[in-house]
Each structure stands twice: as structure tokens, then as C-alpha cells.
Design a protein around this ligand. Structure first.
Ligand SMILES: O=C([O-])CC(=O)C(=O)O
Ligand SMILES: [Mg+2]
Length: 215
């Protein structure tokens, strides 16, 4: 049995990016060299998406009105580059609204202050370069980040490995697959702690000895 959307998101957050991505059949990876401004934090929740104009964060200000508790704020812009779309003042508003995390496909600034906040923050770049407020942008529209399309309400998971997304409709079955994977990995971990090695347990040594796998 799965729980509420909130409990499902919490479960995916505890499982972490690698487990969720694998359990989802290696789908949904939001693939950039993310910089975890808040290392060690894990977060997951439905996406509130923001598409900013070039070098502009007007839409991030607008998004604070749409943001709901438990959500992950996903911010991108036309042709992402190292312009700070968010700093501690915007992150403070997101935190007060109960957001679980922030993913910025551009730069953030005020990173010392961000690191001290309870909200998980991942960014592509850190830069003091300020954004404009001339372009309206769009809030809660599908966005494409790191090779993955994120629709508003899809679950986004953040941890020190990076970020991954699960389509809202797929969350219940991914929760089941995550549980199965955690059980399987626990059994394997117990064997490796007992001294077995995967090279033998997976039959890899036998294949190499037979020469059935070439270089
Ligand atoms: O105001 C901005 O454009 C970004 C910023 O530094 C903040 O949110 O603190
Ligand atoms: Mg600031």
C-alpha cells in the first residue's frame, strides 16, 4: 500500500536520487554537475516549475505566490548561464512557504546564508551576477532541465548525488520498486559484509574464466 502523495514523496526523499532513478528503470535523471549548496540534505516533493527570461528572475518572485508546502522549486531560464536567479531573500520566502528544496538551472548567490537554511538548495553555478526583472517568464509550465522534462507536480528528488524526477502518475509504482530495491540491496550488503564479493556472486568470474565476455 502506498501512502498519501506527501508520504510517497518523503519515502522517495529518504531513498535518495540513485535508488529512485534505478527503481524507475534509469529514467528521469536531471543530468548536470549539480553543486549542492546544502550538502548532506535530502529532499523530495512535487515540482513548482519556473521558466525565467534570459538573465531575469521576475518569474521567481511571481512563483513565491504559487509555491506550496513540501514542493521543490525548479528554476530554469532561456539559455541557462551563471546569473543569480535566487539568493537568500528569495530562498527565505520559499522556506517560509514550506518548500522542501530548490533546484536552480542557473546561478545562486548569498551561498553562505543559503547553507545555513533548512531548505535543500542545488545549483549549476554560484555567482554574484544579478538578474533583471524585465521579463514576465512562466510559472508552473513544463520545463526541460538536464535532459529531462519536468511537469508541474512531478516529484523531484535532490541529494548529494544530484537530482532526478518521477512523473506524478508513476510515483506509486516507483515507491513499490524503491521498496523492492532497498530490500534487495540490504540482502546484498549483508553478504558483502560477510566477506562474499560481487565478482563471484554475480557470476562475473565464471564468465571471464570461460572467456564468454570479450574486452
Ligand atoms: O534578489 C535577487 O535577485 C536574488 C538575491 O540576491 C536574493 O534573493 O537574495
Ligand atoms: Mg541577495
Amino acid at each position: 500500500m502506498n501512502g498519501t502523495p506527501e508520504r510517497d514523496a518523503a519515502e522517495l526523499g529518504r531513498a535518495g536520487v540513485a535508488t529512485v532513478y534505478e527503481a524507475y528503470g534509469r529514467r528521469g535523471l536531471i543530468e548536470h554537475a549539480w553543486d549542492a549548496v546544502t550538502p548532506g540534505r535530502r529532499a523530495a516533493g512535487p515540482a513548482c516549475t519556473v521558466l525565467c527570461g534570459p538573465g531575469d528572475n521576475r518569474a521567481v518572485h511571481e512563483a513565491m505566490d504559487a509555491l506550496r508546502p513540501g514542493q521543490i522549486l525548479v528554476v530554469t531560464m532561456a539559455e541557462p548561464r551563471p546569473v543569480a536567479l535566487l539568493g537568500d531573500l528569495l530562498a527565505t520566502q520559499a522556506a517560509v512557504r514550506g518548500a522542501a528544496g530548490i533546484l536552480v538551472d542557473a546561478a545562486v548567490r548569498d551561498t553562505a546564508e543559503l547553507a545555513g537554511m533548512q531548505i535543500a538548495v542545488h545549483t549549476r553555478w554560484r555567482s554574484a551576477r544579478g538578474a533583471g526583472k524585465e521579463h514576465r517568464g512562466q510559472v508552473n509550465v513544463p520545463v526541460r532541465v538536464g535532459g529531462t522534462t519536468i511537469e508541474p507536480g512531478d516529484t523531484v528528488v535532490l541529494d548529494d548525488d544530484g537530482a532526478t524526477a518521477v512523473r506524478a502518475a508513476d510515483v506509486p509504482r516507483v515507491v513499490e520498486a524503491v521498496r523492492a530495491r532497498i530490500t534487495k540491496e540490504a540482502a546484498l550488503r549483508a553478504r558483502w559484509l560477510n566477506g562474499e564479493i560481487s565478482y563471484d556472486a554475480y557470476g562475473l568470474r565464471a564468465q571471464d574464466t570461460e572467456g564468454s565476455v570479450r574486452a
